[in-house]
Design a protein around this ligand. Sequence first.
Ligand code: HEC
Ligand code: HEC
Ligand code: HEC
Ligand code: HEC
Ligand code: HEC
Ligand code: HEC
Ligand code: HEC
Length: 291
Amino acid sequence: MVALAFLLLAAQDFAGSKSCAVCHSAIAKSQSATHHAQALGWTSDGRWAFGAGVQAITYVSQFDEDTYVEHGLSWYRKSGELSLTPGHASREGAVYRTFAPDANIMRCFQCHSTGRLRLTRSRAIEPGESGVRCETCHGAGAAHAAQPTPSNIRNPSRLTSAAINDLCGQCHRMPPAAGSATNFENPWNVRHQPVYFSQSACFLKSGGRLSCLSCHGTHEDSPPLGGAKCAECHPKPEHTTPVSSNSCVSCHMPRVNASPLLAFTNHWIGVYRLTGPRANPLRPRQQRARR
Ligand code: HEC
Ligand code: HEC
Ligand code: HEC
Ligand code: HEC
Ligand code: HEC
Ligand code: HEC
Ligand code: HEC
């Protein structure tokens, strides 16, 4: 009985990326340099730093046994300075109860770390491992690390495109459930890539051939997307004016300012009005009917 209980537990245990690195050293080396791996850090003066700094870093610290504070000032790359944290009206910071029913502060750590969250004796939140590491995408891997076979570890390459939307959507937000409404006109929602992407004709009409992994690296940050990826399915797009072969994304996946200091890529691939009085980089304009 004891042995069985141990095995059941072990089957769901996290090993940590250091353990994966023993056998998958090249992957571990490149993945540790990604923004995913750096999504959570610790500053020299004892604060949690959320965000790899691609666009912003927000600081969080424990205030007392029951509360955490999200600092009112975040660092932004665009300005190179501290400014108000998104959603904050003052520099005071926002206080979160550690055990609030909505678990908002725990959820920050959940999406920016890997493995199980633990609490120390002083009720400080302790992530299993900082950043988005191996077992976020591959599942708890202690059993595999102890006895490696392909059958005891998840390989997302076997997932369907829709299931990949869901895997990434755990943190990048889920595609909307059938019948539920998303406010596509709210620029803040553009950062929810799976939500917008799931509306694209490219996704809906390509028979499951297009997923997050078509354009994004897994163990390395993605290089800029050239036109070759689009050309796989659109070798000769019809345009009324000439376009250059590598500029597809600038018109069909426009950057949107979610706030003055943050911008995200609209993943609803489509034809947009980008200039003029009815410009709208959030919702594609109606396409002409096709034969
Ligand atoms: C003791 C060495 C060892 C450790 C530790 C280890 N692996 Fe593996 N892993 C292997 C070997 C060997 C294979 C290939 C198995 C085969 O093809 O028979 C493999 C295969 C895989 C695969 C591919 C499975 C497939 O579908 O073919 C993934 C994904 C994987 N490992 C992830 C991990 C992760 C994540 C960790 C850490 C939790 C980890 N491995 C730890 C040795 C290891
Ligand atoms: C556990 C939560 C989590 C999961 C699951 C997750 N991500 Fe992320 N991802 C993040 C966080 C947090 C960041 C922000 C990193 C930073 O601070 O720059 C991020 C950043 C990114 C970026 C931007 C990287 C850059 O260079 O700026 C891409 C692209 C991305 N993720 C793609 C994916 C894809 C594709 C999947 C699914 C295979 C996925 N993510 C799954 C949490 C997650
Ligand atoms: C549901 C998962 C989730 C939760 C909860 C979450 N984040 Fe994130 N966070 C992400 C993802 C995914 C990204 C990457 C966004 C992108 O680049 O599209 C990110 C990015 C960031 C960034 C980088 C700047 C930016 O806006 O892209 C900061 C800073 C950040 N999060 C702080 C926080 C803080 C603080 C909390 C809690 C108050 C929190 N996050 C809660 C998933 C989450
Ligand atoms: C953001 C999600 C994500 C993270 C984080 C991640 N992987 Fe993967 N991994 C994938 C996907 C998707 C595949 C299948 C497609 C591919 O090969 O790129 C894969 C494939 C693999 C494979 C089998 C294919 C091969 O190239 O040998 C191994 C082994 C592996 N990952 C190990 C790791 C290890 C070790 C880490 C941590 C250092 C890690 N992965 C982190 C998504 C991820
Ligand atoms: C895996 C194949 C595939 C890839 C890769 C792909 N698309 Fe598509 N795309 C499609 C399909 C299928 C349609 C629907 C065509 C139709 O309705 O006849 C489509 C439709 C479109 C449309 C019309 C949108 C609408 O609302 O009618 C545009 C614009 C477009 N794609 C641009 C792009 C760009 C730019 C890229 C590269 C970033 C890209 N596509 C990559 C398959 C793909
Ligand atoms: C057709 C190609 C394509 C697909 C499919 C795709 N992306 Fe992207 N993604 C891009 C491009 C292009 C950028 C902008 C990269 C840059 O600025 O260098 C981007 C940027 C991002 C970023 C950085 C923040 C931002 O919004 O600019 C994240 C996070 C991200 N994608 C996540 C995802 C996730 C999750 C999926 C699956 C739901 C996905 N992407 C599917 C092309 C794609
Ligand atoms: C300067 C902005 C711009 C650039 C750059 C651009 N497009 Fe377009 N695209 C448009 C507009 C506008 C339309 C609607 C038709 C028209 O007015 O030309 C369109 C239509 C399309 C369509 C649907 C029409 C059809 O073929 O049935 C596809 C697919 C497409 N573009 C793909 C691409 C690809 C692939 C690239 C990169 C090689 C690209 N576009 C670059 C603006 C652009």
